[in-house]
Ligand binder design. Structure first.
Ligand code: ZN
Length: 555
């Protein structure tokens, strides 16, 4: 049997033949070496987590080391991001992701694709973010509706060591569908594939290697469900892209060589990763949050592009410690012991010093008063799992209004604390909604919505599944839904309705019907606590009487 390494080399060599036949001739006189280092979907993770995993300071140490080694060996090094720097961690969100962009500048990123979450704030914020860095935010398919002109730089051509490298940026056209409509008026997201079809032939004339840095998602075998076409569809439709550095689907794109068009389920930190190859185009993605840095070592010559080596390098990721018998080791307190999956990467001291004030400011910011309530918002476990409460209603209402849905269902198990009378801080909100679930929506026929609500209404008291409702007037007897109206009207079985729910329920949590992947399903990526924060800020001062859950009558 072949060793894994050997098989990998064998595969790369075979694939080299494929690429060789499909890429257009290069302009480079001699073979040049290029190393692409890449991350994507940072989502506010400038700081390491509680276990010391990932974080930009350690990422910098790793990237600096590889850059130094590769440059010494005559390689050109390019650091790229597949976008979605914004949204996901309160400490970052309340500072408009400034620490994340400051970190990217310090690490020395060369270019970034614009992700859908770059539009979670008004356009002025994105412009401010561009001013914090010295590399371009690229996207060729985002247009100003009025002028019909591109809003961003479509590509950049780098000239390094005589090697001309074109980097083309593309953004999912799902942004219009999943983003905040408030900030998207006047912006048109055209098909990235059509845009690439126009630009790639031009770029091939000007460059030795054409890289697309995208935020479009990688879907196995192009099976994208309800999502807009992603990297696989583009590689199949557009000739001449050598490498796609992607993002959005938040996957480690590591393929199983023994299966057709399937991810390697055995991939884990420190294991080998074979990126996808479609129609002569390599497709790479480094999961999310800076958990990994992707490293692609390529050789560019007249014969084409050859991938010499590829790896997803874990950034201080930890795994459960196992004893000699393969059993998980626990400490004296019974807590699972974790160890680094590969060797520890020390944090870059200068970057850590640069980011520390942001982390401190972010944490202090969680204590800033953002609103007030004239009474207690009830989230105590002994209440919220037994009766409809004002906080249950308010959270459901915040999610309903965020996605402009007819109805919202909130599981009581996702409400972990009350908000006391008086001032409200972000910290109070995070105590209430600590899980970082995201707000989702799904379009349902009246009859489908009715059966979903019947299920929600039937969930017993004293369980996390016990439901809180907004947008609907209902009567429940002995855990059976007996009466229901939406905006004063009976539900119309064939009419379309929009249901708001969180990602936990959508994925089938607490036994709820699974909604992810169904037609009409959208995960907006908006974090529940942030949605609640926005809602409270907008509606403050909160009059608890306005949120009395009189819409639900239960025996
Ligand atoms: Zn995204």
């Amino acid at each position: 049997m072949l060793s894994n390494t050997f098989r990998l080399i064998a595969v790369f060599s075979t694939l080299f033949l494929t690429t060789l036949l499909t890429t257009t001739p290069s302009f480079a006189d001699n073979a040049s070496k290029i190393t692409i280092l890449h991350t994507n979907d940072n989502h506010g993770r400038f700081w390491h987590n509680r276990r010391g995993e990932y974080g930009m300071s350690a990422r910098k140490t790793l990237i600096d080391k590889i850059r130094k080694e590769k440059q010494a060996a005559g390689s050109v090094v390019l650091v790229l991001s597949g976008g979605d720097i914004n949204t996901g961690v309160p400490e970052s969100d309340i500072q408009d992701a400034e620490p994340d962009f400051v970190g990217m500048k310090a690490i020395g990123y060369d270019a970034m694709a614009i992700g859908n979450h770059e539009f979670d704030n008004p356009m002025e914020v994105l412009k401010k973010q561009q001013s914090w860095v010295d590399f371009p935010f690229l996207s060729a398919n985002i247009y100003d509706k009025k002028t019909g002109k591109r809003l961003f730089k479509p590509y950049k051509i780098f000239n390094k060591n005589g090697l001309k490298i074109a980097v083309l940026g593309l953004t999912t056209d799902d942004t219009a569908r999943v983003g905040n409509p408030e900030y998207l008026a006047g912006i048109e997201f055209r098909s990235p594939i059509e845009e690439a079809k126009k630009l790639v032939p031009e770029l091939r004339q000007q460059a030795d290697i054409v890289i697309a840095v995208t935020h479009m998602g990688h879907y196995q075998n192009g099976n994208r469900g309800i999502n807009a076409p992603g990297d696989v569809a583009m590689a199949r439709a557009v000739k001449g892209i050598d490498v796609i550095i992607g993002g959005h689907s938040q996957e480690p794109v590591c393929m199983d060589l023994n299966a057709i068009e399937k991810y390697d389920e055995k991939f884990a930190p420190g294991k080998e990763c074979v990126p996808d190859l479609q129609n002569g185009t390599w497709i790479m993605q480094a999961y999310e949050w800076g958990k990994y840095v992707g490293q692609a070592d390529l050789v560019v010559s007249k014969e084409g592009i050859k991938l010499d080596n590829y790896a997803l390098i874990p950034v201080n990721l930890k795994i459960k410690k196992k004893d000699a018998n393969g059993k998980t080791v626990k400490d004296a307190k019974g807590k699972t012991v974790r160890v680094y999956a590969t060797e520890e990467i020390t944090e870059n001291a200068a970057l850590k010093a640069l980011l520390t004030p942001f982390q401190e400011k972010g944490q202090a910011g969680l204590n800033v008063v953002l609103g007030k309530t004239d009474g207690k918002l009830e989230g105590d476990r002994k209440k919220v799992r037994f009766i409809p409460t004002n906080l249950g209603y308010l959270i459901a209402e915040a999610q309903r209004s965020k996605v402009n849905a007819d109805v919202a269902v909130m599981n009581s198990g996702g409400i972990r604390d009350s908000i006391k009378k008086g001032d409200i801080t972000y910290k109070d909100i995070l105590k209430t909604q600590p899980f970082g679930n995201t707000v989702c929506s799904i379009q349902l026929k009246g009859k489908e919505l009715l059966s979903y609500l019947e299920f929600a209404a039937s969930q017993p008291i004293d369980s996390g599944a016990y439901a809180q409702f907004a947008g609907v007037d209902i009567e429940i007897k002995e855990n059976k839904l007996i009466k229901l109206t939406i905006a004063g009207k009976e539900i119309a079985p064939e009419r379309n309705y929009k249901l708001a729910l969180n990602s936990y329920l959508a994925s089938g949590g607490d036994g709820y019907p699974k909604m992810t992947g169904k037609p009409g399903f959208i995960n907006t990526g908006f974090v529940d606590a942030d949605v609640l924060r926005e809602f409270i800020k907008a509606k403050s001062p909160i009059a608890v009487a306005d949120y009395a859950p009189t819409n639900v009558k239960r025996d």
